[in-house]
Design a protein around this ligand. Structure first.
Ligand code: SF4
Length: 337
């Protein structure tokens, strides 16, 4: 793995603000894979900068392997960053956390996982799943635990709670399981929720219900969400701002309506063109590209999108373009803008 000091760290957005729930500056994450002289470095996240305000929803959008889930896992302390700074409520999160510090951190930052079945222990009832965080964080004791579990179930749409509290995960539908996952995340009163594709494994008919539930809870609790998804339409529905990732780089960031209606980056155009359009019989109007997703162990020199970009020029094969603010609040990583 590259030593941090030798890495080309470029901070595109150096402002920090104590009003922000989350500020990420110059984040890099690399993984070493292979052994016995065949070691390779996966550059999963490069030069990543993003902040979230209180009550804001930012959708992090990209295809598989773009690095979006790695970003969430680094924020959640499931992976250590290779380089970069993460601030929570204005305070840098230290590289090493004591057990108590980690507990306090987890109270502030919770995750909702993609697969509501595998994220719940199949042997534990809903009661156990929801009461455990309350006990670990010493937020309730005795009869109050049961009352708070029932209250969370009701607020997450599992009513009457007596019907669900003793059920095991396999006795619930996918949507009900995800509601339990949301209740578990909210039970400790976090400031930030990292939602990793929370609706992608659910039936289309209940995705909207879950997104609406998350938005209602956000308004009630003053939460901020980093909503990770590959679905641009879903991102537009839930998010105030959309951040687009491609091959480990943040390539576009801006208000949701602007990113959807007037994309700045050719990759955002590609994502938009690939989304089903009800008015054209659900048939996406794909723009043509020739290559597939690049190998993160061997990114092409220059702009990582040039092998697929219909507008690529010679200068695109030189250096990785910087993420630049083209107009207030709108950023893109493309030499054409
Ligand atoms: Fe396309 Fe060049 Fe812009 Fe990259 S920098 S997105 S290759 S036009």
């Amino acid at each position: 793995m590259l030593p941090v000091s030798s890495m080309p760290i470029q901070v595109s957005n150096p402002q920090v603000s104590p009003d922000k729930v989350l500020e990420i500056q110059g984040l890099y994450k690399q993984f070493a894979i292979g052994r016995w002289g065949r070691r390779r470095i996966v550059r999963a996240v490069n030069d990543f900068n993003l902040s979230l305000s209180r009550g804001e929803v930012v959708a992090l959008v990209g295809e598989s392997g773009s690095g979006k889930t790695t970003v969430a896992r680094v924020i959640a302390r499931l992976y250590k960053p290779t380089a970069g700074t993460i601030r929570l409520n204005g305070t840098p999160v230290p590289e090493k956390l004591s057990r108590d510090d980690l507990l306090a951190f987890r109270r502030q930052v919770q995750m909702i996982f993609q697969d509501p079945f595998s994220s719940l222990n199949p042997l534990h009832s809903v009661r156990y799943t929801l009461s455990r965080p309350l006990k670990i964080h010493r937020l309730a004791a005795g009869r109050e635990v049961e009352e708070r579990v029932k209250d969370m179930l009701e607020r997450c749409g599992l009513t009457p709670p007596e019907l669900y509290i003793d059920k095991l995960p396999h006795e619930l539908s996918g949507g009900q399981r995800q509601r339990v996952g949301i209740a578990r995340a909210l039970s400790v009163g976090p400031a930030l929720i990292l939602a990793d594709e929370p609706t992608s494994m659910l039936d289309v008919s209940i995705r909207l219900d879950i997104m609406n539930l998350m938005l209602d809870l956000k308004d009630e609790e003053g939460l901020s969400y980093l909503f990770i998804t590959h679905d641009l339409a879903g991102a537009h529905y839930v998010a105030d701002r959309i951040a687009i990732m491609y091959a480990s780089y943040l390539v576009e960031l801006g208000p949701s309506d602007d990113v959807i209606n007037e994309p700045l980056h050719p990759y955002t155009e590609l994502l938009k063109s690939a989304a089903p359009k009800p008015e054209s019989g659900l048939k996406p109007e794909r723009i043509s590209t020739t290559y597939d997703i690049p190998d993160l162990t061997n990114l092409p020199p220059g702009c990582p999108f040039w092998p697929r970009c219909p507008y690529a020029e010679d200068r695109c094969r030189g250096e990785v373009p910087q993420l630049r603010e083209i107009e207030p609040g709108r950023f893109t990583r493309c030499v054409l803008k």
